[in-house]
Design a protein around this ligand. Sequence first.
Ligand SMILES: [Zn+2]
Length: 628
Amino acid sequence: MAFYSDEIIQELKQQTNIADIIQQFVPLKRSGAGRFVCRCPFHNDHSPSMNVNPQMGIYKCFACGAGGDVFKFVMEHEKMDFKAAVEWVANATGFPLPELGSPVAPEIAEERTLVRELNDLAADWFVEQLPKSEKVLAYIGARHLSEETRRFFKVGYAPEGREGFLSYAAKHGFSPRQLVEAGLAVERENGGIADKFRDRLMFAIENLSGKVVAFGGRVLDKDKKPKYLNSPETALYKKGEILYGLSKAKSEIPKAGSVVLVEGYFDMISLYQAGVKNVVAVSGTALTEKHAEILSRYTKSAYLVFDGDEAGRKAALRTIEIVLPAGIVPKIVALSRPSGEKIDPDNFVNEHGSTAADDFRSELSKAEDWLNYLSHITPTDTIEERAKFVTHLKTILVNMRDRELQNQYLRLIAERYGTEANFIGIQAKEEKNRFHHESDMEMAAPIPEDEQVPWNALPPMELRFVNLIIASPSLWEPASVFFDLDFASSGVSLLASEILDELLSTALAEYSEHKEINLMRLHDSLSPIPAQVLESFGEETWQPDAAQKEFLESLAELEIRTAERFRDALKVKPITAETMSIRLELHQFASKTIRARLRSETDVSRDPTFFKDLLDYRTKLVEYSEKI
Ligand SMILES: [Zn+2]
């Protein structure tokens, strides 16, 4: 089976902040030094047991043992296989993956890069064009959009004329043909190429990581058609997978405990500006199962704020059917003026001024439960109507993934409409297009015994020494000099613990290959137990001076301990004149030579010969090891 190369996967991992990815599923809290904690989504966690370490690119739950890298998290959380997880992460970060097993692979990757660059260029250009037009400024002003909000959401203007963006892009080296590919220009019937968006207010559509992937263009003159013009689907943009505003709202939704779903760009932006930030818009398309899937990662509760007209009612009906199976319980909100006239969220915010956010939340508190909403708009007077309605409700419920929620609703419906609390005769939808596959579900298993770190067997001083070196870039070079290849191949190890020895030598190999110790790469190249030791390293950092001093003192101490270990090894051998004399020499070497040298200085880092002496002792130790 075709698969992405290790290089590609490594590059993607290096470019991905695991905290950004996990944050999309679970709220994270800072724990210092760029690390985070959260409640573990893989067991019933009541206190934050999961640690997320962006430098190492890993997460770890200390309660249930779940842990791994960004791909493992997505695999386990979203029940995907590895390849799908790689693609998911690439999509979330806007990373161009090559097309698999296809001869056009480089072109596709190139196209994604091209579309991304052109979208960025266009977004900035549209934003810069807006203030140049009096007409558009007046339009924006009437909607009370602040300059800050406008720039935050990259709201811009595509001017009239056929070649505004075309010629700007040409100055940046893009051909008209490339603009067509990116969906920013169109071919005309006469064979020429013209800007796709002309005289339109432009909304930049971002993916989850905040990269511009498409545009929505809205007419200013409401008689013009079409009212909305969207980018076509490109290598970066799949309409059914992107919700407008989610890149901004995603951290607000878990905080608020719900999402507010609206219909238009302006509805979304107005509410956000007013302070209702857990809002996203379904724009340019009806809500899809994929949308619901994505939203369900952030919340289990949605408010549908759709227009009061027939189209809005249909959209609400369809949305209820889509979000419930994904485990999101919808409520329906109808906004109106005191006169009873129905209005959209944008009007509501503008008409309520400074109290808009509070007034809007008070409307949310009056929202109607989806079941009541459906029963109000559906005739259920006759037995036939009731039967049809109950069948319809059960058809929605049968696809629900949350079994308990499903049971609760089924019982409620049974009580209300006097039906059986079961799904006999109701057909569930095919599962094949779903993200989640029960059969793939694997609970995070506890770490097997033979992969547990024998913490009691790790000398604390050695543990600290290895941590010190890895955490101190100023020590990477001297440590590599000390633990050079000759010493490594001598068979003498200063560290009594093989686990720590493996960790240190892998770190130094990483340094000699890349001239730096990249924690993510290091973590990847370790076997499971040393990897766990690396994960346990605290957030301690050392000032270069303090690091140097502790490094030299620790080296001396480790040399002393090594000499003593040699002596202990001789104790179990038959006593001969020779072994006795080496034992004595080793004792002298440890205490008289090294210990005395260590004590002769108050600050060994000030003595330029100290390191050189340590290197000599090291050579001496190798000589002893050959005698015993
Ligand atoms: Zn856990």
